[in-house]
Design a protein around this ligand. Sequence first.
Ligand SMILES: [Zn+2]
Length: 332
Amino acid sequence: MDRLLAQQTAQDPASRRHHYVPQAYLREWSVEGKRVWALDTVTGAVKLLGLKSVCVEENFYRVVGRDGEPHNRVELLFGVVDDELRRVQGLFNQLEDPDELEFDDLIALGVTVAVQRMRTLQQRRLRQQHHAWLNAQNPRDFKPMHDPKNPHLAAGIHTELLFSAMWEAADVMTTRQIELWLDPQGRFMTCDAPVLVPFRRNVRPSLIAAPYIVWPVSPHRAVALANDLLGEKAVIRQATGKLVGIVRDGVEQGRERIIFASEGQRDRLPRTKKFRRRTQVRLRCTQHTPQGQYIEPPGCCVEASDTFAAAPDVALCKQGLHSPAPEMWAHT
Ligand SMILES: [Zn+2]
């Protein structure tokens, strides 16, 4: 937190190429620390790509400051988060004895997983779908995320949301049981949205309900945050076929576009598979709020979640309460 605050007064960095998955994270899967085998699920191509050129977008976190001037200082904040991510990833890749873990390490893991989940291109796209719906319902309070006069608007909305949700999301992560899955055969892959919340019957459970939130930390190890508390700092498991399958399905369904594999696993990249579906916003009407409060008809509560589908999945009541939001499909 101190290191984050110290960046407030720092100089604007020159770099405009912003990585939403740190290069240091992907290095664990790399060939000689420089390049990594990648399957592009849109083109079906498998290529060895430079770490510098994957999971990167121009000005992805360029935002407009209070003085009205755009700047890149958010990248400095992510620099602090990246240092911590590298430390936590290294820690769990080396860990032999869970009793060596300290309280700060558990908090650092929670923050790292929470931020990595939220900072991706996939989350930006889902935010755009969601925002398009909000804008159609209430154009006074929710302006479009696209404004030709302010090209940094989407980055600003996404960044603000991320940093305001970060501590609460980290809290949810730290209430879970840490498991460390070991695969001597090194079969774990990862992707451009590397914190996996596996779908159940094509719907993504909430962070509280999900049986596992999985973060592969190398081809041989994956950190899984489980919702069965066993009262230990961390539970180390040899990865069975089932656990390897959870990671594999999680990567294939959870990726935005690119799947990464180690040199030893490159031939197992699913290059012939058809990837027509990916994560989309799902909206449904219910008679209960998330806190369980009943809502009298004709009122309703719109439940937002994620689904594994070819397009946003919106099925709302026909009581005249909701306006169509065709702009959602522009971000499919
Ligand atoms: Zn409704």
